[in-house]
Design a protein around this ligand. Sequence first.
Ligand code: ZN
Length: 141
Amino acid sequence: MKGKKVSMCIVCGKPKKGIAVHEDHVIFAIRWFKTNITKNASNNELVVCKECYPKYAKERRRYTSRLSLYIGIGLIFAILLIISTPSVGSVLAAIGVLVFLYALSLLSYIPRLELEIQHGIDTGASVSTKPQKWGKLQNNK
Ligand SMILES: [Zn+2]
C-alpha cells in the first residue's frame, strides 16, 4: 500500500505543513486500529500547523495537567484501597481504576511534537516557548 503522504494538521484537520507530531504508542495504536479493524487508515503524516500552534500548546498543557491529576487521583485511590483491604481483589480493583483513568485521559489525547522529543523538552511546562523551527518555516513561504 503506497500512496503519497499528505501532511495533515491535527488541530484544524487541514492538509498543511507544520511541525511533525511524535508517533507514540497511542498514535501507533490508533493507526493499527484504523488499518486492521476499521480499514480506513488515511496514512497521513500528522503535524501541527503554524496557525494552530498556540491552540495546540494550550490543549497540550491542559491535557498534561489533566493526565497528572488523573494519575494522582488513581494512585491515591489505589494505595488507600490496598491499605484498607489488603487482598488480591483490591489490587485488581486498583489496577482497574488506574487503567480506567488512563483510558479516560486518552479521550482528550494530545500527542507530543517530534521537535520536543529531539530537544529533550518535557512538554507541559515549556511547550509554550516558541520552537526555533518556526523562523525557518516562516521564511520559506
Ligand atoms: Zn492547523
